[in-house]
Design a protein around this ligand. Structure first.
Ligand code: TEU
Ligand code: CA
Length: 548
């Protein structure tokens, strides 16, 4: 397997709107990130992924771009961006940008032109269809609920939007669109960025004729564009014409995918993408989509994680993530609020000792928890607001039930301001933030964690340092033991003359430690408790190193 910097790297995702506000208007910005560069360096991460900072009407917090070459005013200027990039590079940290090119904003000049007339030169940049007998062209659904089609008055035709109606899908079959994407990539790479996180990249190619979709528990119509007919051709084209010429890396967000299919994107010889995000483990507490809840079971999480380890290791490359800006916080989800510190450390260890590139989402490293919103007015996320409307109006869920569901799964859970200290608004801003700060900032914050030597943050620093020190954590193989055990986790990694063994307790009760090896013969590398005996305390995790 080829060794590369991005396999060895540790990524930290910044959601700029909620990271740090430098000018007290309640909105995070680039100069706020610049203030925190040393914090990032001390954490030990080596790559930053910046969620979108481009000009946008913010219908979906920047995942609706109206100018790919301009920084959103609220976030700063191109000079601020260059200073940020230089500040990161000076500290040995790479930067990857969010590339959102399945769709643009409806306020992008291309779409403004496109909707003007059927003859407009930009018409074919998007996907327009006539209605069928006064009805929508087909029954495809949007990821945010409702139909994926919107009627546009000017020409009486419908346009496709797999996300909000302010996010029209681009027509990748138009070579001009692909040239535009290459121009965008080249522009940012020439500025010095080190790669891209490619938003929903496995849905860019739609089946010819846009055939009717079958009803499925997932999104109606998705069988006609998930890993669509030309997706590999288009990605390979981007690679040949642009990406392959730079020492950059790409991580593609991919929905409804299997390990086998993922290799078609990431096997090195394919020359497409470096790695993918997948969602299987995100379904360990729901069915297909998060709105259909089921109880979290550790064994389901283990099965999903292990499936990807076995399916991809040695052939492609995995990503390791539990959190991002679309997911609720992982501690209340997979761990326990009662054992916040213990379970936060255990989850990190279980995840980041597997093979793949680690992704840490801002606030995860201090064990931030869900927003606890109880009122609809507290929500900002378009998906949450849409689903609330649909659930209460069409599915006739009660308001109470819908709010309870949102409190558990809403994307806003991850979007509350970063908690820096116990000053007003957690030190994020002196002004009222665009979304409420979690009131637990007085105890859960960076300042406290830096003072306390047993904090989650200190533990993350230690874990990151270990990943940098021991190649086995990056490149070792992966073998799981006791995969059907509902309480414990145990896996090993092997590399050259070394073996790592991880044992962990995924429950709130003491359990007896199990291991296929005599752990008294190994060196204890990491432990989230002080004691090391044969009983695993609630959410205890230990990692041992053997020299063969
Ligand atoms: O997410 C794609 C995606 O699959 C999500 O919409 C997912 O279905 C949803 O968040 C689950 O709750 C990407 C971005 O990460 C997300 O923030 C954007 O809203 C979306 O694409 C559209 O660009
Ligand atoms: Ca600001």
């Amino acid at each position: 397997m080829k060794k590369t910097w991005y396999k060895e790297g540790i990524v930290y995702q910044i959601y700029p709107r909620s990271f740090k506000d430098s000018n007290n208007d309640g909105i995070g910005d680039l100069r706020g990130i610049i203030e925190k560069l040393d914090y990032l360096k001390d954490l030990g991460i080596s790559i930053v992924w910046l969620s979108p900072i481009y000009e946008s009407p913010l219908d979906d917090n920047g995942y609706d771009i109206s100018d790919y070459y301009k920084i959103l005013d609220e976030y700063g200027t191109m000079d601020d961006f260059k200073e940020l990039l230089e500040g990161l590079h000076n500290r040995g940290i790479a930067l990857i940008m969010d590339l959102v090119v399945n769709h643009t904003s409806d306020e992008h000049p291309w779409f403004i032109e496109s909707r003007k007339s059927k003859e407009n030169p930009y018409r074919d940049y998007y996907i327009w269809r006539e209605g069928k007998d006064d009805k929508k062209p087909n029954k495809w659904g949007s990821f945010f609920g409702g139909s994926a089609w919107e009627l546009d008055e000017a020409t009486g035709e419908y346009y496709l939007h797999l996300f909000s109606k302010k996010q029209p899908d681009l027509n990748w079959d138009n070579p001009k669109v692909r040239e535009e994407v290459k121009k965008i990539l080249t522009f940012w790479l020439d500025l010095g960025v080190d790669g891209f996180r490619c938003d929903v990249i496995n849905i860019i190619s739609k089946a010819e004729g846009l055939p009717e979709g079958k009803w499925k528990p997932a999104i109606r119509g998705s069988e006609h564009y998930v890993n669509g007919p030309k997706v590999h051709e288009y990605l390979h084209e981007l690679y040949l014409d642009v990406l392959g010429k730079y020492n950059c890396f790409t991580v593609g967000e991919s929905v409804f995918i299997t390990p086998e299919i993922s290799l078609d994107y990431t096997a090195e010889w394919r020359e497409e993408l470096s790695m993918l995000f997948q969602f299987d483990h995100m379904n360990s507490d729901c069915y297909f989509v998060k709105w259909f809840a089921r109880k979290f079971k550790p064994v389901r999480l283990k099965k999903a994680m292990t499936k990807w380890q076995y399916g991809v290791n040695g052939k492609g490359w995995n990503t390791l993530y539990f959190e991002n800006h679309d997911q609720p916080r992982s501690i209340p989800r997979f761990g326990s609020l009662k054992y916040r510190e213990e379970s936060g450390k255990m989850l990190a260890t279980y995840l980041y000792f597997q093979q793949g590139t680690p992704f840490i989402y801002q606030g995860q490293e201090i064990g931030m928890t869900n927003a606890n919103f109880t009122n609809l007015s507290q929500y900002r996320d378009i998906e949450s607001l849409n689903i609330y409307r649909i659930a209460t109006k069409k599915l006739l869920w009660s308001k109470h039930k819908t709010l309870k569901r949102l409190a558990r799964v809403s994307r806003d859970n991850a979007r509350t301001p970063m908690q820096w200290n116990d000053d007003v608004n957690g030190g994020f801003s002196e002004a009222t933030p665009w979304i409420e700060t979690n009131s637990n900032y007085s105890t859960i914050n960076v300042k406290n964690d830096l003072k306390n030597k047993n904090s989650i943050l200190k533990y993350y620093q230690k874990l990151i340092a270990l990943r940098k020190k021991y190649e086995i954590i990056v490149y070792g193989d992966f073998i799981e033991h006791y995969s059907n055990d509902r309480k414990i986790v145990c896996y090993e990694r092997n590399y050259e003359d070394q073996k790592l063994v991880l044992v962990a307790n995924f429950t709130k009760r003491d359990v007896f430690q199990k291991s296929p090896y005599d752990l008294t013969k190994a060196k204890l590398l990491l432990n989230n408790y002080d004691d090391d005996d044969r009983v695993l305390k609630p959410y205890q995790v230990k990692v041992y190193l053997f020299k063969k």
